[in-house]
Structure formats: C-alpha cells, structure tokens
Design a protein around this ligand. Structure first.
Ligand SMILES: Cc1ncc(C[n+]2csc(CCOP(=O)(O)OP(=O)(O)O)c2C)c(N)n1
Length: 508
C-alpha cells in the first residue's frame, strides 16, 4: 500500500487521510455518487481491510458506487504466516460485484473492470487487493478501459417498449381516482427533470423513498410524503392503502422495512433490477427516459384534485404536536428552524436513529441529490462521513449533518479531518443521552428501557477538541441564526440540541 500511495503521489493523485476506514469508505461512496463515478477507498491489509465491511455493505444495499482497494499478503508467503491473513475475497465477494487481485499481469483488466461494475445499475462496490510484491513489479500491459453502455455497462436485457408502457400507464391513470406515484432508489438522477415535469405537469400525487428525497420539490402541493419506514409511517401506509393505483417508479424495497411492497398491487416501472438482482414477478424492465418522454408528449388523462389532502394535512400536523417538555427543543422545531434559513441547495445527511426518521420524513428537500442517508443498510456512523464526502464533491453547496448523540460518538473525530481538508459543514447533534430508536422499539414491545441510555459526552467540547466551533441551544431562533451564519462564513459548526426522546413518539 505504501508503494501505491507513493505512486499516486508521483502521479499527482491526492487522497484524503481519514481516521477510520469505515468512515473513509462512506465518504468516498457519497463523493463518488455525487460526482457520477466510483469513489475509491484505500486501506491496509488485515484490520484496515476488515473495517471495510460497513461501507461495502452500505454500497451494496444503498446503491453507492465504491471501489475498495486493500493490501494483502503476497501469494508466495508461506502458509504458516497467518499474521493479519484474512480471506478477504471470500468475505467480500457476496456483497460486491467483483473481487480480484491486482497483479502486474491483471491490473490492466482488473482495475478498469472494477471501476465499470461499480457504475453498473444498481450501483455497488468492487473490492481489489494488492500485495507489496506485486506493487513493486513493473506493469506488463497498459490499462484498458472497461466498456460501458448507456446502462453503465450492464448486460443487455430484453426491455419493454417505452411507448407501449406509456400508453398502458395512461390507460390505468385514466381510470384512477386516487393514484400515487412512488419514486425510489432505482431511478436515474439524470431523469430528474423529466420526472418533475411529469408529476408536476400532470399534478400527480407523489411520494418518494428517503434516498431519493428531492427528486421532486417536497414543498409542492402534490407531494404526499416519504414512504419507507420514516416518521408518520402508519399514516403513510394508510395513504398507500387508500390509493387505487400505485406506480412504483424505480421503487426498490431495499428501503422498506415492512411488507407492503409485497402485499399491495404495484405497477412496477423499473429500468434495471433492484438490489440483490430482484425483479418483481411479471415485471418487464423498461427504460425510463423514453417512457417519460412519451408521457410528457401526451395530455394528462384525468385530473386529480388533491385526493390525499387529508393525509398531507395530518402529516404536517405531527410536526407541530409540541409536548412542551422543559429544557429541550421540540424535534419538529429543529427541522423547521433550519429549513427556514438554509438555502434549497443545502445537502442534508443524517445518521441512523430516531432523528433519521424525523429528518427523513420532514426535511423539505427541494432539489435532487440533496439528501443522504443509509437506508438499505441503515448503518450508524454514516451521517458525518457522508457530509465530508458530500462537501468534497460539492464544495459550493452548504452541507448539514443531522446526527444522534450515539452516532456522533462513533465518528466525531472525523471533524478534524473535515477541518484539515477544508470541507466545512454544520452538524446538529440531537442530544437525548440514549439510543432512542432502540428505546422506542423496546417500548413498542412493552419492554422496560434496558441498556439504551448512556452518560453524557459533551458535544461542544468534542467539537472544540477537533478544532471546530461548538454551541448548545434549546432556542430555535438561535439554532437557525447560528447555522445560517456558519454557512455564510463557510465555517464548520457543531450545534448540540437537547431533545426529549419521548417526544419522538408523538411524531412517529
Ligand atoms: C452500526 C450500527 N449499529 C447499531 C445499529 C442499531 N441502531 C439503530 S438506531 C440505533 C440508536 C441510534 O442512537 P442515536 O445515534 O443516539 O440516535 P437516536 O435514535 O437517539 O436519534 C442503534 C443502536 C445500527 N443501525 N447501526
């Protein structure tokens, strides 16, 4: 790995030194997806490579393109040399699209192929190993470029006719009184404008899954809510049942932690298979761009005067159902205060926990690719690392990380990384002294809270220890003005906001 690092330096390829390989992998994958190319994470052998399980799993289930390269022992090391020897290829093969050794003979094939498969839809990960012995050998062949096609290099499959599919959809919509379009992870962000034009132009009620928040403007009148296990999920499931036509545009059940996707009749409009190679029975894949073009070229077959209005109102009421608990901020006020002052292009990342359900449902995303969470894997320690990757990929957009105090303590040290590499962002830590989502799950099973509370670690001092400004507040106006000021000054800021974990129950 040292040889590779030095070769990269000589070639003018810089890298970001992070403090934990899992964080590096998450940041790289988010960076990659925002830049339309695989992110690359490089680690040592043994423990460093073992720490890649979280980001590789996340790339697999959350469709984020990541090439991981770790060191490995040379092949000719005696078998008795077991120090730091792990069966890395065997371990990572099931969750990646390609594993291979980089050798002087294979590098010209292996590296371009690995980069290509990461960008095949559904996006995912590849894992390569490189031994010090091979790294020192002169290369045998010049690299060849991996072949890609319009679908990112995926094997061609027999696809449906987009015009016919458009006609079929129009026919179904003409008969529907309460249609609902569900947009999911399998869409191509390059079709964002077409998708917006279609659902807005036809005034179609629309819901999204968390990972494509922002594909439509959530402040629009036709936005019904976020499906896929966030806050207000019971209400969203009621809305799904109330629909008489569900159109799953790129809908991938990897984001859904209950069974409605298998129980309700859904018109699946998929252009590639879902995560894990799953295609719902009887579904023929169809390319979205020509399908949407065909729909856009036709008149809406009906009008739908807000058939989900009642659900939309009840959803927003939850945000204002204040408990009045003293000494804390109402979680709904955190979202509303920040959304009122941060510009629409702000990229929001969340960690995993109750706060993710809150932001996932209620953050009003307005622009595509401005919301990032781990939702297929749902792995804690995503939010802060994702914010670093996002800020490096889009330095001109403000970035906000919303994390719980549990998740924050898993990787707060990366605040120093962000400062060092000039990637400032605002972090809001929702402090409730507990793994509140787990506490809620215990309560849901009539179990007493057990081993879910932890002692305080001072968020502000942690920020300051990493060279970042910190502040604690329970005042929504102070929260909003501090976040706005930090964004305007392009400075990192960590804001600890005490919350009452029981308040989440009112919102869920
Ligand atoms: C790496 C990882 N470990 C454990 C879990 C299980 N888990 C899900 S949410 C959660 C609690 C999160 O607590 P915190 O970060 O404080 O957020 P809160 O729920 O309080 O908002 C845990 C332990 C997980 N999703 N990921």
């Amino acid at each position: 790995m040292l040889v590779l690092m030095d070769a990269l330096r000589s070639a003018g390829v810089d890298f970001v030194l992070m403090r934990h390989e899992a964080n590096a992998g998450i940041a790289a994958a988010v960076y990659g997806k925002l830049r339309g190319q695989p992110g690359v994470v490089v680690t040592t052998l043994g423990p460093g490579a073992a720490n890649l399980m979280l980001p590789l799993s996340n790339s697999y289930l959350d469709q984020e393109p990541l090439l991981a390269i770790s060191a490995q022992l040379p092949d000719d090391v005696p078998a008795s040399h077991t120090h730091q020897r792990l069966p890395l290829h065997d371990v990572y093969q099931p969750i990646t699209k390609y594993v291979a050794k980089i050798t002087a003979q294979t590098f010209g094939e292996a590296v371009p192929h690995a980069l290509t498969v990461c960008m095949n839809r559904p996006f995912g990960a590849a894992f390569l190993t490189l031994s010090a012995r091979e790294a020192l050998k002169p290369a045998d062949a010049a690299p060849t470029r991996g072949a890609t096609d319009a679908n990112g290099g995926a094997a061609p499959s027999r696809k449906g006719n987009p015009r016919e599919k458009a006609g079929e959809l129009r026919g179904l919509l003409a008969k529907a009184k309460r249609p609902l379009v569900l947009i999911g992870l399998g869409i191509d962000q390059a079709n964002a404008t077409r998708i917006r034009q279609w659902v807005t132009g036809w005034n179609l009620p629309v819901a999204t899954t968390p990972k494509v928040k922002g594909i439509v403007d959530e402040t629009g009148a036709n936005f019904v809510g976020v499906v896929g296990g966030m806050a207000a999920d019971d209400l969203m499931c009621e809305a799904l049942k109330a629909a008489d036509l569900l159109i799953g545009l790129g809908l991938d059940p990897v984001e859904i932690d209950s069974a409605w996707h298998a129980e309700l009749p859904i018109q699946w409009i998929l252009q590639v298979e879902n995560v894990g190679g799953i295609v719902p029975a009887g579904t023929q894949l169809v390319d979205h761009a020509p399908l949407l073009d065909a729909l856009l070229g036709a008149q809406p077959p009906s009008t739908w005067p807000a058939p989900f209005r009642e659900f939309q109102q009840r959803r927003l009421e939850k945000l204002n159902d204040r408990s009045g608990a003293p000494g804390v901020m109402w979680p709904g006020d955190i979202v509303q205060a920040l959304a009122a002052v941060l510009p629409p292009e702000t990229i929001v990342t969340t960690d995993v926990g109750s706060h993710k359900y809150l932001f996932g449902q209620f953050w009003p995303s307005r622009e595509p690719q401005t919301f990032w969470m781990s939702n297929g894997l749902s792995g804690m320690a995503y939010g802060l690392s994702a914010a670093i990757g996002a800020k490096l990929a889009r330095p001109d957009q403000p970035v906000l990380a919303a994390v719980g105090d549990g998740g924050f303590s898993m990787n707060a040290q990366e605040l120093e990384t962000a400062e060092r590499v000039g990637a400032p962002f605002v972090t809001v830590v929702l402090e409730d002294g507990s793994y509140s989502l787990i506490k809620l799950a215990q309560a849901g099973k009539n179990l007493a809270p057990y081993r879910v509370d932890f002692g305080p670690i001072d968020t502000v001092k942690m920020a300051e220890a990493c060279g970042v400004d910190g502040l604690r507040t329970t005042n929504p106006d102070e929260l909003a003005s501090a976040a706005k000021r930090a964004v305007e000054r392009r400075r990192s800021l960590v804001i600890g906001v005490p919350v009452n974990d029981a308040d989440y129950r009112r919102i869920f």
